[in-house]
Design a protein around this ligand. Structure first.
Ligand SMILES: NC(=O)N[C@@H](CC(=O)O)C(=O)O
Ligand SMILES: [Zn+2]
Ligand SMILES: [Zn+2]
Length: 351
């Protein structure tokens, strides 16, 4: 939608946070950490390492590795999450929250996405852990897709809402839940139907393209992530939700780096690496929707409010200047790189 509003030459907002990030570990962490830390004050760090982060001590150690990977001049706070497995230990969840390590726990249905092999096979098997989280006031973050191979890949989010999320909300009445990386209008409606209990994160890439982009002129692995992009009507619903100013929706890039060779192959990995261009693409979307006045709420205010954290005091400025997107970010040692997300439409904002 073209904006009828005149565009400003720049926009200054409170420093944003990223409520859904994969920083990986080792050389990948070394390659990626600074790109997230340049733009965002804090980030919710996803725990789907190999092996997954399930223990308080593992999360503390990972947090230190992240801090060490961020250039000294950047102020950046990693917020750690616990990967829920069958039989997740309630005591470990409670203790990690009390010790200021866990901010939330993450539910991956087993085999739903990248590094989810240790995920949850049935909600009964995490009920005790979820009860502990309710008592501790610890939000549950969900990858909301069913894994039943009978369910069409484009329907897996909508089916998850009915089959898993609705019963979960009823069973755990004190639990706050974030539906991560929403990709459907059903997901938007579900979050909106549960004010006070639910929030939803929306990625820059799901705001910028629909499923046609995956096949435009041939198969394009750098547009492949999970949940997979849906039809245009769903992208438009996401754009409305993100730019509405509604307090339940907040920024979560789901930046998910994989080396270029593991995406450009016969069975390419799911995940879009968007960290270097995230705020620029979000700003582009808000400008196109004539909603720059709501960018700060989405990027910098709604997330902290949901998590009960203070908002950042610093500010950042985006300038109306065409963005020059690097093709790749190099991975130290070994000659590999990570391809950077490049939308098909121009990005007229620079960070
Ligand atoms: N989004 C993705 O396609 N991939 C993520 C996992 C996830 O967020 O589901 C990853 O870790 O690569
Ligand atoms: Zn996910
Ligand atoms: Zn993710």
């Amino acid at each position: 939608m073209a904006s009828a509003h005149p565009l400003p030459a720049s926009i200054t907002i409170r420093r944003p946070d990223d409520w859904h990030v994969h920083l990986r570990d080792g050389v990948m962490l070394a390659a990626c950490a600074e790109h997230t830390a340049r733009q965002f004050g804090r980030a919710i760090i996803m725990p789907n390492l190999v092996p997954p982060v399930t223990k308080v001590a593992e999360a503390s150690a990972y947090r230190e590795r992240i801090r060490a990977a961020v250039p000294k001049e950047l102020k950046f706070e990693p917020l750690m999450t616990c990967y829920l497995t069958d039989g997740a230990d309630p005591a470990e969840l409670t203790r990690g929250k009390e010790e200021g390590v866990w901010v939330a726990a993450k539910l991956y249905p087993a085999h739903a996405t990248t590094n989810s092999a240790h995920g949850v096979t049935s909600m009964d098997r995490v009920a005790k852990g979820l009860e502990a989280m309710e008592k501790a006031g610890m939000p549950l973050l969900v990858h909301g897709e069913v894994t039943d191979p009978e369910v069409d890949i484009f329907d897996r989010e909508a089916v998850f809402l009915d089959k898993v999320l609705a019963p979960l909300l009823r069973r755990h009445e004190g639990l706050k839940i974030v539906l991560e990386h929403i990709t459907t209008r059903e997901g938007v409606a579900f979050v909106e139907a549960n004010p006070g209990r639910m929030g939803g994160t929306i990625t820059p890439h799901h705001l910028s393209y629909n499923r046609n982009a995956l096949f435009k002129g041939g198969i394009r692995p750098h547009f492949y992530c999970l949940p997979i992009a849906k039809r245009e009507e769903h992208r438009l619903a996401l754009r409305r939700a993100a730019t509405s100013g509604g307090s339940q929706f907040f920024l979560g890039t789901d930046t998910a780096p994989h080396t270029t060779d593991t995406k450009e192959c016969a069975c390419g990995c799911a995940g879009v690496f968007n960290a270097p261009v995230a705020m620029q693409v979000y700003t582009q979307v808000f400008a196109e929707e004539g909603a720059l006045a709501h960018l700060e709420a989405f990027a910098s205010l709604n997330g902290p409010r949901f998590y009960g954290l203070p908002v950042n005091e610093e500010t950042v400025t985006l300038h109306a200047k065409p963005l020059d997107i690097p093709d790749v970010v190099a991975v130290p040692g070994g000659g590999k790189d990570i391809t950077v997300f490049r939308p098909d439409t121009p990005v007229d904002w620079s960070f």
